[in-house]
Design a protein around this ligand. Structure first.
Ligand SMILES: [Zn+2]
Length: 253
């Protein structure tokens, strides 16, 4: 599969910091979107071990606990990196056929049945805004999971488990999709890059962090000369609520 999405880590009792990884199945017998969950980020080691736009071979089984057809349970220790697509020129031929213009249609699908397609690449017709707001901190449920996880004995790693820190800011895209009846969408950004960006500017004040987020996620990724496309996906517990898992932004031809 081609890895296109690495979502922000979220707290989990059993797995610690779990990350949702998604991409395109390149197996010609079953092409299309695929989601790998759970992947424990520490299990994968450093970020460089597993990159977006790697082509990887994965051993996985259908995730019986998840009604979404795209969901698979990977064996994290059996993920083998085959190659890396370093430029948009190399990536777009894989992605182009999957780009759609109607978020409204995807939403209509999941309203009809929970197992409808849960991953997509949407080309907005108009990007209206990037809203940036302070992260409220983990919910009590998320904090409970973090506490449970950090209290457990760690058999694989020495030393105490550190708690997953909430990033300082959250962000949402507001956009209009290509559907004629579109009433606009507001979707939270759950791209790993939003978290890692905030880590690199941890020493700036709030205005400085906001500025860094806006420069990357709006000024750069949504520039008029970029063909901006959002990878979107829903959450198992909230099938009707889609989030932005990543951004595609090659220069327009
Ligand atoms: Zn729409």
């Amino acid at each position: 599969m081609l890895i296109t999405v690495k979502a922000a880590p979220n707290p989990s009792t059993t797995y610690g910091e779990t990350v949702c990884v998604a991409g395109l199945n390149l197996d010609l017998n079953s092409p299309g979107w695929i989601r790998l969950y759970p992947i424990n980020f520490r299990e994968l080691g450093s970020e460089s071990k597993f990159k977006k736009y790697n082509i990887v071979t994965v051993e996985a089984t259908p995730n019986a606990r998840d009604p979404r057809a795209e969901s698979w349970r990977p064996r994290a220790d059996r993920i083998r990196v085959e190659s890396h697509l370093s430029t948009w020129d190399k990536r777009m031929p894989f992605i182009d056929d999957y780009v759609e213009d109607s978020m409204c249609d995807i939403l209509a699908g999941v309203r009809e049945r929970a197992s409808a397609r849960s991953l997509a690449a949407i080309r907005p017709s108009e990007i209206l805004a990037l809203d940036i707001e302070p992260h409220p901190g983990w919910s009590s449920e998320e904090q409970r999971k973090i506490d449970l996880y950090t209290q457990q004995e760690d058999l694989l790693y020495q030393g105490p488990r550190t708690a997953l820190e909430a990033p300082r800011f959250k962000a949402w895209y507001r956009y209009r999709c290509g559907s004629r009846r579109c009433n606009t969408h507001r979707q939270g950004v759950f791209d790993w890059e939003l978290v890692s960006l905030q880590r690199t500017v941890w020493d700036r004040d709030d205005a400085g962090v906001r500025q860094a987020i806006e420069e990357k996620f709006l000024t750069l990724m949504c520039a008029p000369d970029r063909d901006t496309i959002f990878y979107v996906g829903n959450q198992q517990a909230h099938p009707q609520s889609f989030i932005v898992l990543g951004v595609v932004y090659p220069r327009r031809a």
